[in-house]
Design a protein around this ligand. Structure first.
Ligand SMILES: [Zn+2]
Length: 326
Protein backbone atom coordinates (compact mmCIF):
# COMPACT_ATOMS: atom_id res chain seq x y z
CA UNK A 1 0.00 0.00 0.00
CA UNK A 2 2.78 2.37 0.98
CA UNK A 3 4.65 1.46 -2.17
CA UNK A 4 1.62 2.24 -4.28
CA UNK A 5 1.29 5.67 -2.67
CA UNK A 6 4.96 6.35 -3.33
CA UNK A 7 4.52 5.65 -7.05
CA UNK A 8 1.42 7.78 -7.17
CA UNK A 9 3.25 10.68 -5.56
CA UNK A 10 6.24 10.51 -7.90
CA UNK A 11 4.26 10.32 -11.10
CA UNK A 12 3.58 13.76 -12.61
CA UNK A 13 -0.14 14.37 -12.82
CA UNK A 14 -2.44 17.07 -14.12
CA UNK A 15 -2.41 18.41 -10.56
CA UNK A 16 1.28 19.21 -10.93
CA UNK A 17 0.44 21.76 -13.61
CA UNK A 18 0.54 24.49 -10.99
CA UNK A 19 4.32 24.15 -10.76
CA UNK A 20 4.75 25.24 -14.36
CA UNK A 21 2.78 28.11 -15.84
CA UNK A 22 2.15 26.27 -19.08
CA UNK A 23 1.53 22.86 -17.49
CA UNK A 24 3.55 19.67 -17.63
CA UNK A 25 1.01 17.73 -19.63
CA UNK A 26 -0.89 18.67 -22.73
CA UNK A 27 -3.80 17.06 -24.41
CA UNK A 28 -3.30 16.48 -28.13
CA UNK A 29 -6.01 18.34 -30.01
CA UNK A 30 -5.94 15.60 -32.66
CA UNK A 31 -6.20 12.32 -30.71
CA UNK A 32 -6.72 13.70 -27.15
CA UNK A 33 -3.77 11.68 -25.84
CA UNK A 34 -1.99 13.09 -22.81
CA UNK A 35 1.50 14.12 -23.88
CA UNK A 36 4.35 15.17 -21.66
CA UNK A 37 5.20 18.73 -22.68
CA UNK A 38 8.93 18.03 -23.01
CA UNK A 39 8.23 15.08 -25.30
CA UNK A 40 6.08 17.28 -27.49
CA UNK A 41 8.74 20.00 -27.66
CA UNK A 42 11.42 17.42 -28.47
CA UNK A 43 9.21 16.16 -31.29
CA UNK A 44 8.88 19.66 -32.84
CA UNK A 45 5.38 20.06 -31.32
CA UNK A 46 4.06 17.16 -33.39
CA UNK A 47 2.01 14.58 -31.46
CA UNK A 48 4.07 11.37 -31.14
CA UNK A 49 0.82 9.35 -31.16
CA UNK A 50 -1.08 10.70 -34.17
CA UNK A 51 1.31 13.18 -35.88
CA UNK A 52 -1.08 16.06 -35.30
CA UNK A 53 0.83 19.33 -35.79
CA UNK A 54 0.30 21.57 -32.77
CA UNK A 55 1.02 25.28 -33.03
CA UNK A 56 4.72 25.90 -32.57
CA UNK A 57 6.21 28.72 -30.46
CA UNK A 58 8.11 31.28 -32.50
CA UNK A 59 11.48 30.73 -30.85
CA UNK A 60 11.27 26.98 -31.41
CA UNK A 61 10.33 27.64 -35.02
CA UNK A 62 13.34 29.90 -35.56
CA UNK A 63 15.59 27.37 -33.86
CA UNK A 64 14.21 24.63 -36.11
CA UNK A 65 14.79 26.53 -39.36
CA UNK A 66 17.98 28.53 -38.74
CA UNK A 67 21.35 26.82 -38.64
CA UNK A 68 22.80 26.72 -35.13
CA UNK A 69 23.95 30.16 -34.01
CA UNK A 70 23.20 31.81 -37.35
CA UNK A 71 20.07 33.79 -36.46
CA UNK A 72 20.44 37.56 -36.18
CA UNK A 73 17.26 39.36 -35.20
CA UNK A 74 16.06 42.30 -37.29
CA UNK A 75 12.64 42.93 -35.81
CA UNK A 76 11.80 44.59 -32.53
CA UNK A 77 12.58 48.25 -33.21
CA UNK A 78 9.05 49.24 -34.22
CA UNK A 79 6.34 49.59 -31.55
CA UNK A 80 2.61 49.42 -32.26
CA UNK A 81 0.51 52.50 -31.53
CA UNK A 82 -3.17 52.77 -30.72
CA UNK A 83 -3.97 55.32 -33.44
CA UNK A 84 -7.73 54.88 -33.14
CA UNK A 85 -8.01 54.83 -29.34
CA UNK A 86 -9.76 51.52 -29.85
CA UNK A 87 -11.71 49.97 -27.00
CA UNK A 88 -13.57 46.67 -27.17
CA UNK A 89 -13.87 44.52 -24.04
CA UNK A 90 -10.68 46.25 -22.93
CA UNK A 91 -8.64 49.12 -24.38
CA UNK A 92 -6.26 48.09 -27.18
CA UNK A 93 -3.40 49.84 -25.39
CA UNK A 94 -3.86 47.70 -22.27
CA UNK A 95 -4.33 44.55 -24.31
CA UNK A 96 -1.04 45.28 -26.10
CA UNK A 97 0.87 45.99 -22.91
CA UNK A 98 -0.13 42.74 -21.25
CA UNK A 99 0.65 40.58 -24.29
CA UNK A 100 3.95 42.42 -24.87
CA UNK A 101 5.00 41.70 -21.30
CA UNK A 102 4.05 38.07 -21.62
CA UNK A 103 5.77 37.50 -24.97
CA UNK A 104 8.71 39.89 -24.49
CA UNK A 105 8.34 41.22 -28.01
CA UNK A 106 6.60 44.33 -29.34
CA UNK A 107 4.31 42.60 -31.82
CA UNK A 108 3.26 39.35 -33.43
CA UNK A 109 6.31 38.71 -35.60
CA UNK A 110 10.01 37.92 -35.46
CA UNK A 111 12.23 38.61 -38.44
CA UNK A 112 15.94 38.21 -38.93
CA UNK A 113 18.82 36.94 -40.99
CA UNK A 114 20.03 33.38 -40.82
CA UNK A 115 21.48 30.59 -42.84
CA UNK A 116 19.22 27.67 -43.60
CA UNK A 117 21.24 24.60 -44.46
CA UNK A 118 23.97 27.03 -45.47
CA UNK A 119 21.74 29.22 -47.66
CA UNK A 120 21.59 32.89 -46.66
CA UNK A 121 17.96 33.68 -45.91
CA UNK A 122 15.74 36.17 -44.16
CA UNK A 123 13.20 34.58 -41.82
CA UNK A 124 9.82 36.09 -40.94
CA UNK A 125 7.92 34.04 -38.37
CA UNK A 126 4.50 35.03 -37.08
CA UNK A 127 3.42 34.50 -33.48
CA UNK A 128 -0.15 33.25 -33.16
CA UNK A 129 -0.05 33.55 -29.38
CA UNK A 130 0.29 37.35 -29.75
CA UNK A 131 -3.26 38.65 -30.34
CA UNK A 132 -3.99 35.77 -32.68
CA UNK A 133 -1.01 36.61 -34.90
CA UNK A 134 -3.07 39.48 -36.27
CA UNK A 135 -1.41 41.71 -38.86
CA UNK A 136 -1.41 45.32 -37.72
CA UNK A 137 0.89 48.14 -38.78
CA UNK A 138 3.96 46.68 -37.06
CA UNK A 139 3.61 43.17 -38.47
CA UNK A 140 3.14 44.63 -41.95
CA UNK A 141 6.09 46.97 -41.52
CA UNK A 142 8.39 44.21 -40.26
CA UNK A 143 7.50 41.96 -43.18
CA UNK A 144 8.03 44.80 -45.65
CA UNK A 145 11.38 45.68 -44.09
CA UNK A 146 12.46 42.05 -44.05
CA UNK A 147 11.59 41.65 -47.73
CA UNK A 148 13.42 44.83 -48.71
CA UNK A 149 16.48 44.04 -46.60
CA UNK A 150 16.56 40.47 -47.90
CA UNK A 151 16.56 41.87 -51.43
CA UNK A 152 19.33 44.35 -50.58
CA UNK A 153 21.48 41.61 -49.01
CA UNK A 154 20.76 38.98 -51.65
CA UNK A 155 18.87 36.64 -49.33
CA UNK A 156 15.91 34.40 -50.05
CA UNK A 157 12.88 35.18 -47.90
CA UNK A 158 11.22 32.40 -45.91
CA UNK A 159 8.04 33.32 -44.08
CA UNK A 160 6.01 31.18 -41.68
CA UNK A 161 2.46 32.46 -41.28
CA UNK A 162 0.17 31.86 -38.32
CA UNK A 163 -2.51 34.48 -38.21
CA UNK A 164 -6.16 35.20 -37.65
CA UNK A 165 -5.96 37.95 -40.28
CA UNK A 166 -5.93 41.73 -40.12
CA UNK A 167 -5.88 43.36 -36.67
CA UNK A 168 -9.37 44.61 -35.97
CA UNK A 169 -8.15 47.14 -33.38
CA UNK A 170 -6.16 49.03 -36.02
CA UNK A 171 -9.04 49.24 -38.48
CA UNK A 172 -8.16 50.41 -41.97
CA UNK A 173 -4.50 50.78 -41.02
CA UNK A 174 -4.24 47.02 -40.73
CA UNK A 175 -5.88 46.51 -44.11
CA UNK A 176 -3.23 48.76 -45.66
CA UNK A 177 -0.60 46.22 -44.62
CA UNK A 178 -1.94 43.89 -47.27
CA UNK A 179 -0.90 46.33 -49.98
CA UNK A 180 2.35 47.28 -48.25
CA UNK A 181 3.62 43.71 -47.85
CA UNK A 182 2.61 42.88 -51.40
CA UNK A 183 4.52 45.82 -52.82
CA UNK A 184 7.58 45.10 -50.67
CA UNK A 185 7.84 41.61 -52.16
CA UNK A 186 8.45 43.26 -55.53
CA UNK A 187 11.97 44.09 -54.34
CA UNK A 188 12.74 40.37 -54.11
CA UNK A 189 11.10 39.74 -57.43
CA UNK A 190 13.22 42.41 -59.11
CA UNK A 191 16.39 40.82 -57.76
CA UNK A 192 15.00 37.42 -58.74
CA UNK A 193 15.38 36.13 -55.20
CA UNK A 194 13.06 33.33 -54.05
CA UNK A 195 10.27 33.81 -51.55
CA UNK A 196 9.07 30.60 -49.93
CA UNK A 197 5.88 30.99 -47.91
CA UNK A 198 5.07 28.37 -45.29
CA UNK A 199 1.48 28.39 -44.06
CA UNK A 200 0.97 26.97 -40.60
CA UNK A 201 -2.22 26.53 -38.62
CA UNK A 202 -4.06 28.84 -38.94
CA UNK A 203 -3.39 31.22 -41.82
CA UNK A 204 -6.49 33.25 -42.50
CA UNK A 205 -8.00 36.59 -43.50
CA UNK A 206 -5.79 39.43 -44.69
CA UNK A 207 -2.60 37.40 -44.32
CA UNK A 208 -3.88 34.70 -46.68
CA UNK A 209 -5.11 37.46 -48.97
CA UNK A 210 -1.73 39.19 -49.18
CA UNK A 211 1.90 38.17 -48.80
CA UNK A 212 1.35 34.62 -47.48
CA UNK A 213 -0.03 33.31 -50.75
CA UNK A 214 2.38 35.27 -52.96
CA UNK A 215 5.36 32.99 -52.49
CA UNK A 216 7.25 31.61 -55.44
CA UNK A 217 6.45 28.46 -53.54
CA UNK A 218 3.53 28.24 -51.15
CA UNK A 219 3.68 25.21 -48.89
CA UNK A 220 1.74 24.25 -45.78
CA UNK A 221 2.01 22.05 -42.74
CA UNK A 222 -0.34 19.06 -42.53
CA UNK A 223 -3.86 19.77 -41.31
CA UNK A 224 -3.45 23.55 -41.21
CA UNK A 225 -6.54 25.71 -41.57
CA UNK A 226 -5.90 28.04 -44.50
CA UNK A 227 -8.67 30.32 -45.62
CA UNK A 228 -9.90 33.84 -46.14
CA UNK A 229 -13.24 33.67 -44.33
CA UNK A 230 -13.45 30.73 -41.92
CA UNK A 231 -15.56 27.59 -42.47
CA UNK A 232 -18.15 28.61 -39.87
CA UNK A 233 -18.76 31.97 -41.53
CA UNK A 234 -19.07 30.31 -44.92
CA UNK A 235 -21.41 27.62 -43.64
CA UNK A 236 -23.65 30.21 -42.03
CA UNK A 237 -23.63 32.30 -45.20
CA UNK A 238 -24.34 29.61 -47.80
CA UNK A 239 -26.34 27.36 -45.43
CA UNK A 240 -24.85 24.19 -46.91
CA UNK A 241 -22.72 21.42 -45.48
CA UNK A 242 -19.07 21.84 -46.35
CA UNK A 243 -16.98 19.00 -47.78
CA UNK A 244 -14.76 16.90 -45.50
CA UNK A 245 -11.46 18.60 -44.75
CA UNK A 246 -12.65 21.89 -46.26
CA UNK A 247 -9.96 24.61 -46.13
CA UNK A 248 -7.34 22.29 -44.65
CA UNK A 249 -3.91 21.92 -46.27
CA UNK A 250 -4.55 18.58 -47.96
CA UNK A 251 -7.84 19.81 -49.47
CA UNK A 252 -6.17 22.96 -50.79
CA UNK A 253 -3.28 20.97 -52.24
CA UNK A 254 -5.77 18.92 -54.26
CA UNK A 255 -7.44 22.14 -55.41
CA UNK A 256 -4.13 23.59 -56.60
CA UNK A 257 -3.85 26.40 -54.08
CA UNK A 258 -0.69 24.99 -52.51
CA UNK A 259 2.50 23.65 -54.01
CA UNK A 260 3.07 21.07 -51.31
CA UNK A 261 2.14 19.88 -47.83
CA UNK A 262 5.25 19.15 -45.82
CA UNK A 263 5.50 17.45 -42.40
CA UNK A 264 7.32 19.63 -39.92
CA UNK A 265 10.18 17.17 -39.51
CA UNK A 266 11.01 17.58 -43.20
CA UNK A 267 10.32 21.29 -43.47
CA UNK A 268 13.86 22.57 -43.19
CA UNK A 269 15.41 20.12 -45.64
CA UNK A 270 12.60 20.56 -48.17
CA UNK A 271 12.71 24.37 -47.98
CA UNK A 272 16.47 24.19 -48.48
CA UNK A 273 16.06 21.93 -51.52
CA UNK A 274 13.36 24.16 -53.05
CA UNK A 275 15.33 27.33 -52.42
CA UNK A 276 18.45 25.83 -53.99
CA UNK A 277 16.44 24.83 -57.04
CA UNK A 278 14.98 28.30 -57.39
CA UNK A 279 18.36 29.97 -56.91
CA UNK A 280 20.00 27.61 -59.39
CA UNK A 281 17.34 28.37 -61.98
CA UNK A 282 17.90 32.07 -61.53
CA UNK A 283 21.66 31.70 -61.64
CA UNK A 284 21.79 29.81 -64.92
CA UNK A 285 19.09 30.50 -67.46
CA UNK A 286 17.17 33.10 -65.50
CA UNK A 287 14.19 30.78 -65.44
CA UNK A 288 13.01 27.98 -63.22
CA UNK A 289 14.26 24.46 -63.87
CA UNK A 290 11.76 22.62 -66.03
CA UNK A 291 11.34 19.73 -63.63
CA UNK A 292 10.40 20.72 -60.10
CA UNK A 293 9.59 17.81 -57.79
CA UNK A 294 6.12 16.54 -58.54
CA UNK A 295 5.16 16.55 -54.87
CA UNK A 296 2.21 18.82 -55.55
CA UNK A 297 0.59 16.44 -58.01
CA UNK A 298 -3.16 16.77 -57.91
CA UNK A 299 -5.63 13.94 -58.12
CA UNK A 300 -7.71 14.74 -61.18
CA UNK A 301 -10.72 12.57 -60.28
CA UNK A 302 -10.94 14.30 -56.94
CA UNK A 303 -11.10 17.68 -58.60
CA UNK A 304 -13.76 16.50 -61.01
CA UNK A 305 -15.93 14.86 -58.36
CA UNK A 306 -16.30 17.77 -56.05
CA UNK A 307 -18.41 20.70 -57.07
CA UNK A 308 -16.53 23.83 -57.97
CA UNK A 309 -16.07 26.12 -55.04
CA UNK A 310 -19.58 27.06 -54.14
CA UNK A 311 -18.35 30.15 -52.43
CA UNK A 312 -18.68 33.54 -54.02
CA UNK A 313 -15.21 34.92 -53.55
CA UNK A 314 -16.26 38.47 -54.25
CA UNK A 315 -18.85 38.33 -51.53
CA UNK A 316 -16.31 36.88 -49.11
CA UNK A 317 -13.82 39.57 -49.86
CA UNK A 318 -16.36 42.32 -49.44
CA UNK A 319 -17.57 40.81 -46.20
CA UNK A 320 -14.07 40.59 -44.80
CA UNK A 321 -13.21 44.12 -45.84
CA UNK A 322 -16.26 45.28 -43.92
CA UNK A 323 -15.38 43.17 -40.90
CA UNK A 324 -11.75 42.09 -40.85
CA UNK A 325 -11.19 38.94 -38.88
CA UNK A 326 -8.85 38.94 -35.94
ZN1 LIG B 1 -2.31 13.10 -31.13
Amino acid sequence: MALERWFRRKRPTRGDDDASPAGLWLKCSGCHAQIYRKDLAANLYVCPECAHHERMPVDARVEMLADVGSFERWSGAVEPVDALGFVDTEPYRERLTSVQQRSQRPDAIVTGAATLDGIPVALAVMDFSFLGGSMGSVVGEEIARAAERAAAEGRALISVSASGGARMQEGALSLMQMAKTTVALEALSERRLPFVSVLSDPTTGGVTASFATLGDLVVAEPGALICFAGPRVIQQTIKQDLPEGFQRSEFLLRKGMLDDVIPRSELKSRIAAFTRLLLAGIGTAGVLPAALPAAAATEPDDVADEPDDAIGHDEDEEAAVRAPAV
